[in-house]
Design a protein around this ligand. Structure first.
Ligand code: X2X
Length: 336
């Protein structure tokens, strides 16, 4: 080898190792739900793919149960912005107190089916949402899914808004949920996931709403949540995201690897989140029934009563979220 080639080679080797030396020994990835919830599976898959594809240069560790923010899932976004959390796979609901656009997915009865959700996340709405997140110093890089949130309770079947009358319902951390359940005549109380399971078990609350996969893994039938109504009123996508300084520290090649791994892990997680509750595969619904869950599917007419009862809430929040964005979402859904 000629001398210049040796010098260039040495310089390249140096800069590569200097870059790797900038990398942290561990990147902390926050989630609310861990394995074997689809949410945790998606996060673990992301970490595994990145480790494999960077030959261990980027080492991500998943911290479930929002433990990096002492269980307070509505603080996850802020903690990631501050760098206490390096990365997260987070629910649109839990980040909506900081990013108002994320309330879009919680507008009651906006999205009738999985195709609607895809039309939003994979279309111009998804880009606008990512812009809003990026403005707050977080790099969003992909989508996964928690799922359609179905309502459950320990008292009786819910087929009309009147059945929610006076029920004490645990709701998640966006005030939009207080508005929805108040409009339906229930008595909502906001609570983190960490507090929800004990509150259900002791009967401190009568009901809750979460995807069927969450009901399944958390075995909510053993906490007395016998009655399940498939009303599909809202769904929460999950977003893969990285703190801005951490993102900026990665080489372009590594950025591409981390993003592609998030896309692959997202597709994997979405598959798990929808498994057993599609038109041609109802196996999860059947399995839950076999475990004692009493599952109600609403007729169009019954569903419409819930839509009507929550219309004012929809309109109020449409303005708060941004009427333009909601119009764009309605258009994407109608053209899906
Ligand atoms: O707290 C919930 O209900 C959960 C686990 O679904 C979210 O983090 C939004």
């Amino acid at each position: 080898k000629s001398l210049p080639a040796l010098v260039v080679g040495a310089a390249l080797a140096l800069s590569a190792s200097a870059h790797a030396a900038d990398y942290k020994g561990e990147y902390k990835v926050s989630t609310v739900l861990g394995k074997p919830f689809p949410w945790g599976e998606a996060a673990e898959k992301w970490a595994a793919l990145v480790s494999e594809r960077t030959d261990g240069r980027i080492n991500m560790k998943v911290y479930p149960n929002a433990q990096l923010v002492a269980g307070d899932q509505t603080k996850e976004f802020t903690a990631m912005r501050q760098g206490i959390i390096d990365m997260a796979v987070g629910s649109t609901i839990n980040w909506s107190p900081q990013v108002k656009e994320l309330n879009l997915f919680s507008l009651p009865f906006l999205m009738p089916d999985f195709a609607s959700m895809d039309a939003l996340t994979q279309g111009p709405v998804g880009e606008k949402i990512f812009d809003a997140i990026r403005k707050q110093g977080i790099e969003p890089i992909g989508w996964a899914e928690n799922g359609f949130r179905e309502v459950t309770n320990s008292k009786h079947p819910i087929t009309s808004p009147a059945d929610l009358d006076g029920l004490k319902m645990r709701v998640v951390g966006s005030p939009l949920y207080n508005d929805i359940f108040t409009a339906l005549g229930a008595n909502p109380t906001q609570m983190s996931w960490a507090d929800a399971k004990p509150a259900l078990t002791t009967g401190a609350v009568d009901g809750q709403e979460n995807p069927l996969t969450v009901y399944d893994v958390a075995q909510m039938e053993t906490a007395g949540q016998t009655y399940v109504t498939l009303w599909h009123y809202v769904a929460d996508p999950l977003i893969f995201a990285v703190n801005k300084r951490v993102w900026g520290s990665f080489s372009d090649d590594d950025k591409a690897i981390v993003k592609k791994a998030a896309d692959d892990a997202g597709a994997y997680g979405i598959g798990l989140a929808r498994k057993g509750m599609t038109e041609d595969d109802q196996s999860l619904i059947k399995a839950l029934e076999a475990r004692g869950a009493k599952i109600t599917t609403l007729t169009d007419e019954q569903r419409q009563k819930f839509v009507d009862a929550t219309r004012d809430v929809y309109n109020k929040w449409k303005d708060r979220i941004g009427a333009d964005l909601v119009d764009m979402a309605e258009k994407s859904i109608s053209e899906r």
